[in-house]
Design a protein around this ligand. Sequence first.
Ligand SMILES: [Cu+2]
Length: 116
Amino acid sequence: VGRIGILLVSLALSAACAHRQKTNTRVIALTAKRFEFSPSVIKMMKDETVLLELSALDTAHGFSAPDLHLSAKLVPGTTSRLVLTATRAGSFDFHCSVFCGDGHEDMVGQIVVEEP
Ligand SMILES: [Cu+2]
């Protein structure tokens, strides 16, 4: 009986470790400046959780990915954080949502979610 008890405990522990690894959050830094995002393409796996750390280098910008229900104001000197877990594969557009001058409409990018 004792041996079975130990076995069950070690199984439970390894399950907990696997869970922790799965929920490890990858951090992606994204910067905005007139008139581009860097990087402009973010790749992630379906069901992966990423933390986007967004900053503006020159003036105020916005980050909006409507299909993923993500948006943030980017103010120079501060970092905006968004957590994203994509539940379906596909390509999702994002753009600058704060007018920042001539060329603002060129501030676009994509989050590409791949099937594992
Ligand atoms: Cu803009």
